[in-house]
Design a binder for this molecule. Structure first.
Ligand SMILES: *[C@@H]1O[C@H](CO)[C@@H](O)[C@H](O)[C@H]1NC(C)=O
Ligand SMILES: *[C@@H]1O[C@H](CO)[C@@H](O)[C@H](O)[C@H]1NC(C)=O
Ligand SMILES: *[C@@H]1O[C@H](CO)[C@@H](O)[C@H](O)[C@H]1NC(C)=O
Ligand SMILES: *[C@@H]1O[C@H](CO)[C@@H](O)[C@H](O)[C@H]1NC(C)=O
Length: 364
């Protein structure tokens, strides 16, 4: 009798510990976060009830041992059945409450593609020491990137694309020593690229397209050994293309189109690991370097709308591959070199130059 009571007591204790669930303070923070948002169509927050926020609260997951909230994963565009049932993508308005900063064990914050969430990125977000992923793409967020974002030493993904963020890139951004993926596309960010940007040694994608960034491309970018995708297109960048970009080990995509870049086309870009190169709509001048060779492998090379002059270099015929080539709207002149991979190119690749001739244009 006594033994079974003891066993029961132990069981109750064990079960009691197991179902303890998330701490009341985490639950309160989540409810405050929810209170600042309005999600009229899917009802995702209807699941946010009961004491254990680790259990069946849509988009929330907890650390299995500490039961602290570890992830907020709310995507307005997803394959989740809740969206299929509603036959629509998500929409939310309201703001991101600073109450989420009380969730001090957060590792990822994904509040993406809700289209209507406005207000600022809570500055306190930079005090979440365990944050690895911050993804707020596709909302209406305004204000600036928190100036001390660089404190997030574990951050690997910073994605705030497709919002209305203003101000400059904070200098501290270069302190994000774990950052691999930076996406700030399509905002209203101005100012220059921080000179110390090259400190981001883990960075593999830097996507800054569609902002108001001006000034030169810091050559320190070429110190980023792992960088494979650099997109600075549709900004107000000026000055030359640093020659060092063509010497980077794994840079595969370089989009600098739609800026005010001047100077010559560095020969290093022609003979590099780059396979997608868009320099269209700049003010690049001088000749196209005659250094094409077996290392020149381009899925796409768009040099249109610049001030390039002289002939199309003969060596271009020795490139391994050029899938899509656009040299239109320059000041090139002379015979288009013959080469097997040229066969598929259309006149549009060469039109609006000074005096190019030969197939696929009219014969010389
Ligand atoms: C959110 O949208 C609803 C309509 O769906 C509107 O009534 C409400 O005022 C909006 N709230 C905010 C904070 O914009
Ligand atoms: C970057 O981190 C270093 C070392 O922690 C610190 O001294 C420096 O002030 C930080 N830079 C910025 C711009 O926050
Ligand atoms: C290159 O950039 C220009 C200007 O932004 C754009 O119009 C064009 O479509 C791009 N080229 C390719 C092949 O994607
Ligand atoms: C192309 O690059 C390789 C390696 O970077 C170099 O050895 C070679 O000389 C270059 N060729 C030309 C034609 O510049």
């Amino acid at each position: 009798m006594g033994t079974s009571l003891l066993i029961t007591a132990v069981l109750v204790l064990l079960v009691g510990t197991a179902v303890k669930g998330c701490p009341p303070s985490d639950k309160a923070a989540l409810l405050a976060f929810k209170a600042a948002l309005h999600e009229p169509y899917l009802g995702i927050f209807k699941s946010w009830k009961g004491n254990d926020c680790c259990k069946k609260w849509y988009g929330i997951s907890c650390d299995p041992t500490t039961k602290r909230v570890a992830d907020i994963n709310l995507r307005g565009e997803s394959e989740d059945p809740i969206f299929q049932k509603a036959h629509r993508t998500g929409y939310m308005n309201g703001t991101i409450s600073p109450a989420i900063c009380k969730l001090t064990r957060l590792s990822s914050v994904i509040i993406a593609d809700w289209k209507g969430i406005s207000g600022i990125i809570p500055p306190c977000i930079s005090s979440l020491p365990f944050l690895r992923i911050l993804d707020l793409i596709g909302n209406q967020l305004s204000g600036e990137i928190p100036f001390d974002i660089g404190k997030l030493s574990r951050l690997t993904v910073l994605n705030i694309a497709d919002n209305r963020i203003t101000g400059r890139m904070p200098r501290s951004i270069a302190n994000l020593s774990s950052l691999m993926h930076l996406d700030l596309r399509n905002n209203l960010i101005s100012g220059t690229i921080p000179q110390n940007f090259g400190k981001l040694r883990m960075l593999s994608r830097a996507l800054l397209s569609g902002n108001r960034i001006y000034g030169p491309i810091p050559y320190t970018i070429s110190y980023i050994y792992r960088l494979s995708d650099l997109d600075l297109s549709l900004n107000r960048i000026s000055g030359p293309v640093p020659e060092s970009l063509g010497k980077m080990a794994v840079l595969a995509t370089l989009n600098l189109d739609g800026n005010m870049i001047s100077g010559k086309l560095p020969a290093t870009l022609i003979n590099s690991s780059i396979s997608i190169l868009n320099l269209s709509r700049n003010a690049i001048e001088g000749n196209i370097p005659d250094v094409f060779g077996p290392r020149s492998y381009f899925m796409m090379m768009d040099l249109s709308y610049n001030n390039l002059k002289g002939p199309i270099p003969k060596s271009i015929a020795s490139a391994s591959y050029i899938g899509h080539l656009d040299l239109s709207h320059n000041h090139l002149c002379g015979a288009i070199p013959a080469g097997s991979w040229f066969e598929h190119l259309e006149a549009a690749s060469f039109v609006n130059n000074d005096c190019l001739c030969g197939k696929p244009l009219k014969s010389c």
